[in-house]
Design a protein around this ligand. Structure first.
Ligand SMILES: NC(=O)c1ccc[n+]([C@@H]2O[C@H](COP(=O)([O-])OP(=O)(O)OC[C@H]3O[C@@H](n4cnc5c(N)ncnc54)[C@H](O)[C@@H]3O)[C@@H](O)[C@H]2O)c1
Ligand SMILES: [Fe+2]
Length: 391
């Protein structure tokens, strides 16, 4: 007779409202007016690339027709530098905004979170880095993702570039937004390469959450598996036919579900090894993850095969044999997806030389916040070997 498994204690947090509806951004004003009756001024946080698409116009018109004044900060840069965050927060204070809207990819949403806490309290940014270090409250915060994606719309995390090449995270419950609006109309024009890289980032969130060492739990597992199903079923189609609204909405939901999963069961060595690739060589976040993904999973297989085999049921349902055999089929399928969407698959293709591998390994070991979640301990020599395999 099977014995009942003991349920380990866990906690789970997420944003209180998610609106998943194509076209919803055109009604952003009504949605915000309904929930925040006192709001007079809103600051939209985006980047110059997204501003140029003209997709900001409809939400702005909707806010104005609901008697909300709007100012736009479009100075966000990818992998946002600290200076940009401080500049944006100063503008928010000057404008006396009473609500912040992140409208863009992970970079814009991450900046929006920090503006909301910086403009809402007197605390300085430097004292916020790390886990649980935000002290005060924040301004009301609405997140509208335009990539699918980082999941930042539902995570309590903001990643900032602090030096030339280093990134630091602010992780605090105040960074959970009040509302996330998932409107795939905003993502229809996302170029195939960005669709591919950001989509694989979301798949990595689901995979790493499902094997997260300490905080994996039944809710994060449910979200991660549903996310992986949505993302793997739609990623290739989204890259090949970006104008397909149904496919894009599924990608957006998949990315959000993966975000909810890893906000509670955090990511690990794939992200730890991806950060130096992005930081030193300015490779986009999703692509850096994709480059190291199969090699980290192969390294982890000795410790995580039963979990990868469960995920294989989603990606390669026909795979048979031992957990190890199904794990290898799973990894091979992920490699096939990266090939099909046409992004780079080797570190040497993104300007990295063999001589850079030692520096990458040294930097990866600094990502202790992430490495601690990995199912298998990673030594510096392990990290070096993984980079060498990915090169
Ligand atoms: N907070 C979190 O939980 C979390 C998780 C993972 C990653 N991140 C961070 O998020 C950032 C990466 O975010 P990202 O991958 O979404 O990219 P991004 O926000 O840097 O945007 C990438 C590019 O895509 C363009 N773009 C965005 N949406 C578009 C659209 N709909 N149409 C046309 N162009 C569009 C932007 O203008 C930009 O040039 C990194 O800084 C990373 O560290 C945060
Ligand atoms: Fe990520």
């Amino acid at each position: 007779m099977a014995t009942a498994q003991t349920l380990s204690p866990f906690s789970f947090s997420t944003v209180p409202h998610i609106l998943c509806e194509a076209g919803a951004a055109k009604r952003l004003g009504e949605e915000i007016r309904m929930r925040f009756s006192q709001v007079r001024r809103a600051l939209i946080v985006t980047d110059a690339g997204f501003l140029k698409t003209g997709l900001v116009d409809a939400p702005v018109a909707s806010l104005r027709s609901n008697n909300i004044d709007v100012s736009i900060f479009s100075g966000v840069l990818a992998d946002p530098p600290e200076q940009i965050v401080l500049q944006a927060a100063a503008e928010a204070r000057k404008y006396e905004t009473d609500l912040v809207i992140g409208l863009g990819g992970g970079s814009s949403m991450d900046v929006a979170k920090l503006i909301a806490v910086l403009a809402g309290s007197g605390q300085d940014l430097k004292s916020m880095y790390g886990i649980g270090n935000v002290k005060g409250s924040r301004l009301p915060l609405v997140q509208v993702p335009t990539t699918a994606g980082t999941g930042s719309e539902v995570t309590p995390i903001s990643i900032v570039t602090t030096g030339e090449t280093t990134k630091m995270g602010v992780v605090s419950p105040q960074l959970y937004a009040d509302l996330a609006v998932l409107d795939a109309e905003l993502t229809l024009g996302l170029p195939p390469k960005v669709t591919a890289a950001t989509g694989i980032d979301a798949m990595v969130h689901a995979i790493e959450s499902y094997t997260s060492k300490h905080k994996k739990n039944p809710l994060s597992d449910l979200l991660a598996t549903k996310a992986l199903a949505l993302l793997s079923e739609n990623l290739v189609a989204a890259c090949e036919d970006g104008r397909n609204l149904g496919v894009r909405q599924s990608m957006l939901l998949g990315a959000t579900l993966a975000g909810q999963a890893f906000a509670n069961a955090p990511v690990a060595a794939v992200h730890a090894l991806a950060y130096p690739v992005g930081g030193i060589f300015h490779v986009p976040h999703g692509l850096s993850n994709s480059l190291v993904l199969p090699h980290v999973l192969r390294f982890n297989a000795s410790h995580a095969a039963p979990h990868y085999a469960e995920l294989a049921e989603i990606l390669v349902p026909d795979a048979t044999g031992t957990a190890e055999a199904r794990t290898h089929a799973f990894i091979a399928k992920l490699e096939e997806i990266a090939e099909r969407v046409g992004i780079e698959t080797r570190l040497r293709e993104v300007g990295i030389t063999e001589a850079d591998i030692d520096r990458l390994a040294d930097d990866a070991m600094l990502q202790t916040r992430l490495l601690t979640n990995n199912p298998r301990e990673v030594t510096r020599e392990d990290a070096r070997a993984i980079y060498a395999a990915a090169w």
